[in-house]
Design a protein around this ligand. Structure first.
Ligand code: ADP
Ligand code: MG
Length: 161
C-alpha cells in the first residue's frame, strides 16, 4: 500500500496513465471516493494510456461502458446500485474473463460481489481545492509482483508507504 498526492486533475490523470502501463488483461480496479474526488478523471488518464481515443465520460446513468484500446476498458459506476443483487445484471464474471481491464467507480459498494483480487485506488480531498490524496492498495495476489515497480513509476507523487 502506498499513498500519493496530486495537485491538480492533470496530475491525477498522469498518475493513472503511468499505472496503466502495469495493467494486464483481466485486471480489476476499484475506485473509491466521494463525488468529485476524481474517479472519472483517473479513469480518463488510465484509458488514454491504454490507447482509448473516445472521450471517457461518467457512466453514472448507464452503469457500464466499454472502450477499445490496447485492452478493452470496461468502465462501470455502481453509485446507483442499491442492492448487491443488482450486480448480477452487470455480468461481472463475463467482463472479468475477457481480454480487458475493468474499472469500477464506487467499487467499495460492491466488494462482497467481486473476486477478492484487485487494485483499490482510494481518492480523497486534500486541504486545498485541487489537491487529492490517492491511497493505492492491492487485495489478493494478482498485483503483488507489480506493486514495487508501480510505486516507483509514480514516485514523484508518493508521500508515504
Ligand atoms: P468522480 O468521478 O470521483 O465523481 P470526477 O473525476 O468526475 O470525480 O471529477 C473530479 C473533479 O475534481 C473534476 O472537476 C476535476 O477537474 C476536479 N479536480 C481538481 N483537482 C483534482 C485532482 N487533483 N485530481 C482529480 N480531480 C481533480
Ligand atoms: Mg465519476
Amino acid at each position: 500500500m502506498f499513498k500519493a498526492k496530486t495537485n491538480n486533475v492533470d496530475e491525477t490523470r498522469q498518475l493513472a496513465a503511468r499505472l496503466a502501463e502495469f495493467v494486464i488483461s483481466k485486471d480489476l480496479i476499484l475506485l473509491v471516493g466521494d463525488l468529485g474526488a476524481g474517479k472519472t478523471a483517473f479513469t480518463q488518464g488510465l484509458g488514454e494510456s491504454l490507447g482509448v481515443t473516445d472521450a471517457i465520460t461518467s457512466p453514472t446513468f448507464i452503469l457500464a461502458r466499454a472502450y477499445t484500446g490496447r485492452l478493452v476498458l470496461h468502465h462501470l459506476d455502481v453509485y446507483r446500485i442499491e442492492d448487491l443483487d443488482e450486480v448480477r445484471d452487470l455480468a461481472l464474471p463475463e467482463l472479468l474473463e475477457g481480454d480487458s481491464v475493468t474499472v469500477i467507480e464506487w467499487g467499495d459498494q460492491i466488494v462482497p460481489a467481486v473476486p477478492q483480487n484487485y487494485l483499490e485506488v482510494r481518492l480523497e480531498y486534500g486541504l486545498e481545492d485541487d489537491q487529492r490524496y490517492l491511497t493505492i492498495s492491492r487485495i489478493g495476489e494478482s498485483w503483488k509482483n507489480r506493486m514495487e515497480a508501480l510505486q516507483e513509476a509514480v514516485d514523484e507523487w508518493i508521500i508515504s508507504e
